[in-house]
Design a protein around this ligand. Structure first.
Ligand SMILES: NC(=O)c1ccc[n+]([C@@H]2O[C@H](COP(=O)([O-])OP(=O)(O)OC[C@H]3O[C@@H](n4cnc5c(N)ncnc54)[C@H](O)[C@@H]3O)[C@@H](O)[C@H]2O)c1
Length: 414
């Protein structure tokens, strides 16, 4: 693709903004569109509305050079990259309303010849559905290749790791699924302008499924580790030692257990497979259920310890969904703390979360909950509950833990 062409990135969140910034830093003219005015304003000031290492430098540079600009209304562009949320509905099927809204905003701008890429994680068929939303609004356009009014649709799922996005967005291999072969080639040419990883071409449905399968693979393996942790607890075995020993087998690599599975990918994406093939996806469903039930186990553990105190003080270390990030979405740690605060009303909860300045309202509004520094929380606590392996917790002075009851869901201080 010619570098002077315009790319519009729709949705300036954890995925869209790094994508917009990296495209802009590789010579494209990028317009970011977001329905959230805070995201638009912050990007135009060269700032980033969430934590992601090195992203702000690239955003600030691209904005200063006039290569990146954010706005609320949809412009015309040669290529569109859609990175809006794809949450699941009550039925565990995708809720497509953000995709539909994005498609309906893009449709009136189109002239024919544009490339439209869906990066949002999607169940099989959603990219074609997005195309249909556009064609419903613009019956004068077509997906048939080679016409003057052809649209080129592709799905290019994102597999970056929060905290390493600016490295992985360039280095990772990418799956590029075209609704047509021509669309796949156009999408590959766009990604080739900034990706150093291999660009793997397939059809849109296989690309959609590949992303879901990657996260289900992780989910199933974490479910195995979480189930082992519950079995080991019952049998009086240290699960961390158990896994370490078993992993000495040359063909065994068991993952680590934790308080549950969080985030908006591994905890969500497998459900799209279950919704697409409910009779067949037995293991995928069971893994989700095992991981979703792990917070209950942690909660019971803490409540049984707290029952020994008249007014227990509990230090909860971490409420993010994984280490060293500020993202609290779908966080099992946050859910455990919220339930503790509600179900053990006579307890005082001191939350140490070094990545946030304030507690979310679900916790801030509770009289028995307080945000504290990690040292202060531990010093005042009867029970120390480790929920996230943030680097600040790993290096703590162990002397602080003398005389404390420790419930360590991450095996941090073995
Ligand atoms: N965050 C990750 O690590 C990650 C990794 C891989 C895939 N994904 C997938 O990428 C997609 C986006 O995820 P995210 O984490 O960036 O979400 P996000 O919530 O951080 O960002 C989405 C942005 O889209 C905006 N938005 C919503 N509807 C819009 C519309 N109609 N028009 C314009 N903007 C709109 C929101 O205001 C928000 O700023 C999801 O499908 C997610 O599953 C995320």
């Amino acid at each position: 693709m010619d570098h002077t062409q315009t790319v519009c990135v729709v949705g300036l969140g954890y995925i869209g903004l790094p994508t917009a910034a990296i495209l802009a830093s590789h010579g494209h003219d990028v317009i970011g569109v977001d329905v959230n005015p805070r995201h638009v304003d912050e990007v135009n000031e060269g700032r980033v509305p969430f934590i992601e290492p090195d992203l702000e430098t690239v955003v600030a540079g691209a904005v200063a050079r006039g290569r990146l600009h954010a706005q609320a209304h949809m412009p015309w562009a040669d290529a569109y990259i859609v990175a809006v949320p794809t949450p699941f509905a009550d039925t565990y099927d995708v809720d497509p309303r953000h995709i539909k809204a994005a498609a309906e905003a893009i449709a009136p701008q189109l002239r024919g010849g544009e490339l439209i890429i869906l990066e949002s994680t999607s169940p099989p068929g959603l990219t074609e559905q997005m195309g249909q939303y556009i064609l419903d609004a613009r019956p004068d356009l077509t997906l048939e290749p080679g016409e003057h009014n052809t649209l080129y649709l592709a799905h290019c799922p994102e597999r970056v790791l929060p905290g390493r996005v600016m490295i992985e967005i360039v280095d990772n291999d990418r799956i590029i699924g075209g609704v047509t072969d021509e669309a796949a080639i156009k999408a590959r040419d766009l990604y080739a302008t900034f990706c150093k990883g291999e660009l793997l071409i397939t059809d849109a449905r296989t690309a959609e499924m590949a992303k879901l399968v990657e996260n289900s693979y992780r989910d199933v393996n974490i479910a195995f580790a979480n189930e082992l942790s519950i079995i080991s607890d019952r049998l009086g075995i240290d699960v961390w030692e158990l896994i370490e020993l078993a992993n000495h087998h040359p063909r065994v690599n068991i993952l680590q257990p934790g308080p549950g599975v969080g985030g908006h990918c591994i905890a969500v994406d497998p459900w799209f497979i279950v919704a697409a093939a409910p009779e067949e996806a037995k293991l995928v469903r069971l893994a989700r259920e095992v991981n979703d039930a792990k917070p209950d186990f942690v909660l019971e553990k803490v409540m049984s310890k707290a029952a020994k105190f008249r007014e227990p003080v509990i230090a909860a270390l971490g409420i993010a969904f994984k280490a060293d990030i500020d993202d609290l979405r779908e966080s099992p740690s946050k859910a455990i703390v919220e339930r503790l605060a509600g179900e053990v009303e006579h307890a005082k909860l001191l939350i140490a979360e070094p990545n946030v300045d304030a507690l979310p309202s679900s916790l801030a509004d509770r009289p028995n909950v307080e945000l504290a520094s990690v040292e202060d929380a531990i010093e005042r606590a009867d029970i120390v509950l480790v929920l996230v392996d943030h680097h600040e917790f790993k290096t703590l002075d162990r002397e602080l833990l003398a005389e404390k009851i420790v419930v360590d869901t991450k095996g941090l201080w073995r």
